[in-house]
Write a protein that binds this ligand. Structure first.
Ligand SMILES: [Ca+2]
Ligand SMILES: [Ca+2]
Length: 454
């Protein structure tokens, strides 16, 4: 059986005309510089950039290149900007996004209303349009593969001649993580460092999680660091999609993601996938996964990875603007929370915007909300792998959820509807309790800076 993400089978898609479709199956990679080759065996004839050129993916835009080169600060997108399209985005209003932002201390908004870059969210999907104006500021930049670089003499002697003077394009695995020139993520379908989205789904998800505010709409955690990991191949067999998923999860864990967003899945569990999610759990990574779009009870017929009994998972159902579960949404006690998922406006490839529906979109809202809530911990100045605690963030998301209007036969959800203000309140209550304890018992990770108003 060909394993296929449910969103691909069932998702209603609008506005995909600009999506750049192409055949991905007939490409030859015989001369690709393999990521796992020892450095001394690297071939510099051609290089990854030239191989990628065969795919006709667009080049990084200037703004992203400037960030990769380390020569340009982030643009000052501002959540207070009034964007006419925002009124079309009912999902943000539904989760209390506009109310929530007024609660966040000014010091948490270093770029004038954006989420801190220290929060890294891996979007494991069909890739991301890294040229999109609302996403190019939101991409994670691998510091180990960015910045100026000069070819050493021994390479020059071997005939290294092409015009690259940056770690992001030198054909070398500078940070030795097993992937050459992986500056914004990785394309696991082609084993190339350009995770461009030729489908549309991943770009849409990325925009909901962390698109820049004021550019057409806004992500729930604007301009957070999005690690673009492309696992899905339009023409790929099930095994490859599963294998790519596992590799992408492992990459996310190894390269510092605190949160993974995964909108795919299927009815069959896989030992390798389960092990990867468990490894994420051991490393403290939160894993937000779609409950699936089959309209069924996951307690009886599980949907993986959302249904693995691993406590770093948040399974997400989808609702409409009347806060009713979509008929297509899976449900069950093993599904934790519901979020907006019908006709959600977000980014599409080619600088476009459009609506898509399903538990995928709902999942992205929960991921963005988790990133926003987690980002509040950065106020302590101690954000990092040790400070991010998926248990706390998950608890705040679930405790802060609000009751749902119940469907008679589909009322089973562990918590309720995603609510950003509710989750921030749960976090504040927790912090207040921690602060009341003797200083010796207060973990540094939960210390909040004094809230000041200007
Ligand atoms: Ca690398
Ligand atoms: Ca490199």
């Amino acid at each position: 059986m060909v394993w296929m993400p449910d969103w691909l089978k069932k998702q209603w898609v609008e506005g995909l005309r600009p999506v750049f479709w192409m055949s991905l199956g007939a490409l030859a990679f015989g001369t690709v510089v393999l990521a796992n080759q020892p450095r001394e065996k690297l071939s510099f004839t051609g290089g990854l950039a030239k191989q990628a050129a065969d795919l006709q993916y667009p080049d990084y835009p200037k703004e992203l290149k400037d960030r990769i080169h380390g020569s340009f600060a982030l643009s000052k997108s501002n959540i207070l900007k009034i964007d006419p399209n925002l009124s079309q985005e009912w999902g943000l209003a539904s989760i209390g996004f506009f109310d929530a932002f007024s609660q966040i201390a000014p010091s948490a908004k270093p770029q004038g209303g954006t989420c801190p870059k220290e929060v890294i969210v891996a979007v494991i999907d069909t890739g991301v349009d890294y040229t999109h104006p609302a996403l190019r500021d939101s991409l994670w930049i691998n510091k180990g593969e960015s910045g100026p670089w000069t070819p050493p003499k021994e390479l020059a002697d071997k005939g290294y001649a092409w015009n690259c003077r940056d770690k992001s394009c030198n054909g070398i695995d500078d940070d030795r993580n097993g992937y050459v020139d992986d500056v914004v993520g990785w394309d696991f379908v082609h084993d190339l460092p350009f995770p461009y989205d030729t489908h549309g789904h991943g770009t849409h998800i990325a925009g909901i999680v962390g698109g820049s505010a004021g550019m057409g709409t806004s992500g729930a955690c604007p301009s957070v660091s999005l690690m673009a990991l492309k696992y899905y191949d339009n023409g790929g067999a099930g095994f490859n999609n599963l294998s790519n998923t596992v590799r992408a999860i492992e990459y996310a864990i190894a390269n510092g993601a605190q949160i993974i967003n995964y909108s795919g899945g299927g009815a069959d569990p896989a030992a390798t996938e389960r092990a990867a999610v468990a490894e994420a759990q051991r490393k403290g990574v939160l894993f937000v996964a779609a409950a699936g779009n089959d309209g069924r009870n996951n307690d009886r017929r599980p949907y993986y990875p959302a249904s693995y009994p691993i406590d770093n998972l948040i399974g997400v159902a989808s609702v409409n603007k009347f806060e009713r579960l979509l008929p297509s949404s899976n449900f069950g006690k093993s599904v934790h929370v519901a979020a907006p998922g019908l006709m959600i406006l977000s980014t599409l490839p080619g600088g476009k915007y459009g609506t898509m529906s399903g538990t995928s979109q709902a999942t992205a809202f929960v991921t963005g909300a988790a990133a926003l809530v987690a980002s509040q911990l950065s106020l302590s100045g101690a954000f990092g792998a040790a400070a991010f605690d998926y248990r706390k963030v998950k608890n705040w998301i679930l405790e802060g959820a609000k009751p749902m209007k119940l469907n008679a036969s589909k009322q089973l959800l562990a918590a309720g509807l995603l609510s950003l203000p509710g989750s921030l309140q749960a976090q504040r209550s927790y912090v207040a309790k921690e602060v009341a304890k003797p200083a010796s018992e207060v973990a540094s990770a939960v210390r909040l800076a004094p809230t000041k108003t200007r």
